[in-house]
Design a protein around this ligand. Structure first.
Ligand SMILES: Cc1ncc(COP(=O)(O)O)c(C=O)c1O
Length: 437
C-alpha cells in the first residue's frame, strides 16, 4: 500500500460534464490499491487507546430468527459510528507537515463527524464540505468538534468536487471516507475485534456503502478465519456494490432517497472493490420497509438507537434472505446510530405500519347522532387505540345520511389488526382497508 502522503495531493484531472475536475491520487481507477492484512494490523496497533472496543453480544432476537445473532455495537463509538477507526488511523499516518496543514473531506455525516472529532483530539485542523441536505445536527456537531464547515453542493458528488478544489488551493489533503487505503485499513480493525470477541463465528453481515468497511473487515476476518462467510448488504435504493460485483468493476449506479443515507454511494470505491470483491461470499439487497422494521426491532428488543445504514444488516435477516444461516453463529455489524429524532419518529411509524401494528382505514358510518360513537365503541371493545380520526361529509355522493370516517389506529400485532378488520367488515358495508386509504 502506498502510505506516503506528500504534496501535491491531487495532480491528475478528469473531465466531467466538459469541466476539468481533480482526481484523488489515493483512489485512482487506473491504479487501484489492494490493502493487506498487515495494514489492518498496523492500524489496530496505532488506534488502540483512541477508539472504543465496542461490545459484540448475543442478541435477544436469536430465538426469533433461529440464528445465534451477535451484534457488533459500533454505534457506541463516541461520534456514533465505526468511521472513527479509519479516520483516526488516516490522521495518525499523516506526515508532520500534513498534520500541520490539515485535511479536508466531503461528507454528509459520519465520516465528517469522525474526522472532526479525532482531528480535534490530535490537534490536526479539519475542514469538511457538507451538502446542503446535510442534517443540521451533524453540521453543528462538526463545528462543535472544531472543524471548519463549508456547506456547498446539492449532493455529495458536488461537495466532493468543491472539497478537492479547496484542498488543492489550500494544500489540505483530501480524505475519501470509504476508499482511502488508510481508511480501509482502519475500518478493518472492527473485523479483528469481531474474531477476538466471537472466535467461532460462521458468518458476518456488513452494510455496504462505498465499500470501505466491508473491504477492511472482510480482509481481517478472512485472514484469521477463512471459513467465515462474508455477506454485504445494501438498500434496494442504492445497490452499487451489487452492480459492481456483477460488472466486475465499480460502475455508476443510480441511487434514490433511502433510509440508509450512509449507504447512498453511486460508485463504490476503487480500492475498496479491489480489496473486497474476492472476499465477499454474497451480496444482498434489502427493501426499505425492512430497514424501518429493523430500526424498530433494535429499539424495542435491544434498546439500541441505530440509523438506517446501521440497521441494514439486520434487515437481511428480517426479510428472510439468509435462510442458509439458520442455526449458525452470525455477527451483524450495527455500524452507526446517527439518526435525527424527527426521522426516528417517522421511521417508528413506518416500522409499526410494516409490522401491522399501525392501521389505516376509511369507513362510511351513519351521520345520525351516535354514528361515530358506535365505531369508536367497537374499537374500544377490541382494545384498539385511536391515533387519528377525521370525518368528512362533503365528498360522499350517494347518501346524505352517511359520513366518511378516516381512522389511524394502533393495535398489538398483525393478528389483532385482522380481528379489527373482520369486525369492521361485518358491521359496515362500505369501507376501504389499508395504507392507501
Ligand atoms: C452507519 C454506516 N454504516 C455503513 C456505512 C457504509 O460504509 P462504507 O461506505 O465504508 O461501505 C456507512 C457509511 O457512511 C455508515 O455511515
Amino acid at each position: 500500500m502506498d502510505s506516503t502522503m506528500v504534496e501535491p495531493p491531487n495532480k491528475k484531472v478528469k473531465v466531467v460534464n466538459s469541466e476539468e475536475v481533480l482526481v484523488d491520487r489515493f483512489c485512482d481507477p487506473q491504479k487501484p490499491q489492494v490493502v493487506t492484512f498487515q495494514d489492518v494490523s498496523a492500524a489496530a496497533y496505532k488506534i488502540k487507546g483512541g477508539i472504543q472496543k465496542t461490545p459484540c453480544l448475543k442478541s435477544q432476537m436469536s430465538s426469533t430468527f433461529d440464528m445465534k445473532i451477535y451484534f457488533k455495537k459500533e454505534f457506541l463509538q463516541y461520534t456514533g459510528s465505526f468511521k472513527e477507526r479509519g479516520a483516526r488511523y488516516t490522521l495518525l499516518m499523516l506526515t508532520q507537515e500534513q498534520k500541520k496543514a490539515g485535511v479536508i473531506a466531503a461528507s454528509a455525516g459520519n465520516h465528517a463527524l469522525a474526522l472532526s472529532y479525532h482531528g480535534q483530539d490530535l490537534g490536526i485542523p479539519v475542514t469538511v464540505v457538507m451538502p446542503v441536505i446535510a442534517p443540521l445536527m451533524k453540521i453543528q456537531n462538526c463545528r462543535k468538534y472544531g472543524a471548519t464547515v463549508h456547506i456547498k453542493g446539492a449532493n455529495l458528488s458536488e461537495s466532493r468536487i468543491h472539497a478537492m478544489k479547496m484542498g488543492q488551493e489550500e494544500k489540505l489533503l483530501y480524505i475519501n471516507g470509504y476508499d482511502h487505503p488508510h481508511i480501509l485499513a482502519g475500518q478493518g480493525t472492527m473485523g479483528l475485534e469481531i474474531v477476538e470477541q466471537v472466535p467461532d463465528l460462521d458468518a458476518c453481515i456488513i452494510p455496504v456503502g462505498g465499500g470501505g468497511l466491508i473491504a477492511g473487515a472482510a480482509l481481517a476476518i478472512k485472514n484469521l478465519r477463512p471459513n467465515v462467510a462474508i455477506y454485504g448488504v445494501e438498500s434496494e435504493k442504492c445497490p452499487s456494490f451489487t452492480r459492481a460485483m456483477e460488472a466486475n468493476k465499480p460502475v455508476y449506479t443510480e441511487t434514490h432517497s433511502t433510509l440508509a443515507d450512509g449507504l447512498a454511494v453511486p460508485t463504490v470505491g476503487v480500492n475498496a472493490f479491489a480489496t473486497a470483491h474476492s472476499l465477499i461470499d454474497k451480496m444482498i439487497v434489502v427493501r426499505e420497509e425492512n430497514i424501518a422494521l429493523s430500526i424498530l426491532r433494535l429499539l424495542e428488543l435491544e434498546k439500541a438507537v441505530v440509523e438506517g445504514a446501521g440497521a441494514t444488516g439486520l434487515a437481511a435477516v428480517v426479510e428472510g434472505l439468509v435462510p442458509e444461516l439458520q442455526g449458525k453463529k452470525v455477527v451483524i455489524a450495527l455500524c452507526g446510530g446517527n439518526i435525527d429524532t424527527t426521522a426516528l419518529g417517522r421511521v417508528i411509524e413506518r416500522g409499526l405500519a410494516v409490522d401491522g401494528r399501525l392501521v389505516r382505514f376509511v369507513v362510511q358510518v351513519s351521520d345520525r347522532p351516535g354514528g361515530i360513537a358506535e365505531l369508536t365503541k367497537l374499537m374500544a371493545g377490541l382494545g384498539v387505540s385511536i391515533k387519528d380520526i377525521f370525518h368528512e361529509r362533503a365528498w360522499i355522493k350517494t347518501d346524505i345520511f352517511s359520513v366518511q370516517v378516516k381512522v389511524v389506529c394502533e393495535t398489538r400485532d398483525a393478528e389483532h389488526s385482522e380481528e379489527l378488520h373482520q369486525a369492521i367488515k361485518s358491521k359496515y358495508s362500505s369501507y376501504t382497508w389499508g395504507p392507501r386509504t
